[in-house]
Design a protein around this ligand. Structure first.
Ligand SMILES: O=C1O[C@H](COP(=O)(O)O)[C@@H](O)[C@H](O)[C@H]1O
Length: 272
């Protein structure tokens, strides 16, 4: 790891020389959380995103994790999905299925993909209903503060505009406080129709990881971690609004994505 430390707002920063090193540490981080939660709660609830994150989870399909992780205890969800068929190249489900889920032995009945055969409004409602049933029986934990689901781990990517899941800059969906899942029909990044966790759900997770690689993410990473240059409009950068209430946030960055963060004499990022 090139450097590791803590940001001013308490999140952990892990910065790597290469995406391969990042992927190795991300695999170990996820496997460790899985082991801890399976011991503690008997299962592990994890929400995936789409995009470049999925290819960086590839180490989990290799030794030792393919054998040591208790995949039968995993329950898999999506932090966001695009409203396309499950076999469409833009589907976050397809991405995860092809690169990850088809290579490990997670039970089909534990994979909570989002209905691709309904309107986005109905699919969002159905998905939230399914999550509510699992919260009732405590397969998914619950936040003591607000009754929101508390996923063991939510894995997020971040776009160059600072969007996370399908929560885009200045979008009204960022303001929702009651809904767990919502839909949008005007995504600035295609496809326009999407289903997404809301911020209260993301911020109620026990662990959130934001994974960002590449120089095109550097400016947004810096604004999210180091500050907004005096601007108080957090909605201009949704990643900055990811602040788990009782959980832990870890940023996984390659050196290109971290390149706009100042680096101190001791090699640590100045934002830490
Ligand atoms: O559209 C989306 O983009 C983000 C970021 O993707 P990346 O390829 O730039 O890493 C992703 O996290 C989200 O799930 C997806 O729907």
């Amino acid at each position: 790891m090139a450097s590791c430390g803590e940001s001013k707002n308490g999140s952990e920063l892990r910065i790597f020389e290469s995406t391969d090193e990042l992927a190795t540490d991300l695999g170990e981080y996820i496997a460790q959380l899985s082991e801890n939660f399976v011991k503690e709660r008997g299962c592990f609830t994890v929400a995936l995103s789409g995009g470049s994150l999925i290819s960086m989870m590839g180490k989990l399909c290799e030794a030792p994790y393919n054998k040591t992780v208790d995949w039968t205890k995993w329950y898999v969800f999506w932090a966001d999905e695009r409203a396309v068929a499950k076999n469409h190249v833009d589907s976050n489900y397809k991405l995860a299925k092809d690169a990850f889920l088809s290579k490990v032995s997670i039970l089909n009945s534990h994979i909570f993909s989002i209905n691709d055969n309904a309107t986005v409004e109905d699919a969002a409602g159905e998905y939230e209903f399914a999550i509510r049933q699992l919260v009732k029986v405590r397969t998914i934990g619950v936040s003591e503060r607000n009754d929101c689901p508390s996923f063991d781990l939510i894995l997020l990517g971040m776009g160059p505009d600072g969007h996370v899941a399908s929560l885009f800059p200045h979008h009204p969906a960022l303001e929702l406080t009651e809904e767990w899942v919502t839909y949008i029909t005007d995504s600035p990044k295609p496809p326009p129709e999407r289903i997404t966790f809301t911020l209260p759900v993301i911020n109620s997770a026990s662990n959130v990881a934001i994974v960002a690689a590449g120089e095109q993410k550097a400016a947004a990473v810096n604004l999210a971690i180091a500050g907004m240059n005096g601007s108080t409009d957090a909605s201009s950068l949704p990643a900055r609004m990811v602040q788990p209430t009782d959980g832990k946030l870890v940023w996984f960055l390659d050196s290109a994505a971290a390149s706009a963060l100042g680096v101190g004499n001791d090699g640590s990022a100045e934002a830490m």
